[in-house]
Write a protein that binds this ligand. Structure first.
Ligand SMILES: Nc1ncnc2c1ncn2[C@@H]1O[C@H](COP(=O)(O)OP(=O)(O)OP(=O)(O)O)[C@@H](O)[C@H]1O
Length: 260
């Protein structure tokens, strides 16, 4: 049955991401209250909830943009609760944003290249023979992974909205991530673009786990194996996609009237 208890907990060293008792206050407002979530390596999880449920704050706590007021966050066993964002990135954590973080005047290829260069930390030093080849190879592999090979020389400003979202996924994939936080990647996509997105997400290498915030249930429940439902800053339910979809309380709260 679907329950509010941390249903998928595998407490201990085996977790990719483990939040324990995470609370985040903004003044008197508790955006998150005592959130405990455990995600296994390679696991794909949807975080659902109405507007204001605390989903983005959850991401901000994990990335370090807004650290928790209390509680702990472990990433592959390491306590990262107080790490700055770049230390988390260095350990293989990535995030996409609702608002585009692309360079609109540059080509698709240059955007991906810069992302690979930015996270390479000298691994692809241009001063070493063949280093640039390795960077170009990584760039091309990511362009292929997000189905943008036919527009690799186009400027980002000329791309369709869906292609821009695909490019954001390529940037998140730069530098061998272990875990990605996807913030509403299907927002504003056409039905065709959504199908493309589902295809890209389900084709990611199996070792890359992710959490996806997504209001479009058709997308969210197709690309994950587990769901955490949030309400008023707390974990409300956890379950398998089909359980969450069929749950009367979830339907009442989230799928019913009033949800955007
Ligand atoms: N920087 C902030 N300062 C003050 N309050 C904030 C801040 N960020 C979030 N909040 C508040 O915390 C609560 C949770 O917001 P959050 O953005 O995490 O929800 P959400 O589930 O992501 O919503 P949405 O689906 O609308 O993006 C809301 O009441 C919001 O107003």
């Amino acid at each position: 049955m679907v329950s509010a208890a941390p249903r998928f907990s595998t407490v201990g060293a085996g977790a990719a991401l483990e939040l324990r008792g995470v609370t985040r206050l903004f003044g008197a407002l508790a955006a998150l209250t005592d959130v405990t979530i455990t995600v296994r390596p390679g696991e794909r999880r949807a975080v659902l909830g109405s507007n204001g449920a605390g989903k983005t704050t959850l991401f901000n706590c994990v990335t370090g943009d807004f650290p928790p007021s209390s509680g702990t966050i472990r990433f592959f066993g390491e306590d990262i609760t107080h790490f700055p964002p770049y230390e988390r990135i260095r350990r293989g954590l990535r995030r996409t944003y609702q608002i585009s973080a692309l360079f609109p005047g540059l080509t698709v290829r240059d955007n991906v290249y810069l992302a690979c260069r930015g996270v390479s930390r000298g691994r692809f030093s241009p001063l070493r023979p063949g280093a640039n080849d390795a960077l170009m190879h990584a760039t091309e592999a990511l362009i292929q992974a997000v189905h943008l090979a036919s527009v690799r020389e186009q400027r980002v400003a000329e791309l369709a909205h869906g292609q821009q979202r695909q490019l954001e996924i390529a940037l998140a994939l730069a530098g061998a991530p272990r875990f990605i936080l996807f913030d509403e990647p299907a927002a504003g996509l056409s039905p065709t673009e959504r199908r493309e997105l589902i295809d890209i997400l389900t084709s990611l290498p199996a070792h890359i786990g992710y959490i996806i915030i997504e209001h479009d249930m058709d997308v969210a429940l197709r690309v994950v194996e587990s769901v955490t439902m949030m309400h008023n800053g707390r974990v409300f339910k956890e379950g398998l996609p089909h359980e969450i979809e069929a749950d009367p309380e979830v339907q009442e709260l989230y799928l019913g009237a009033g949800h955007e």
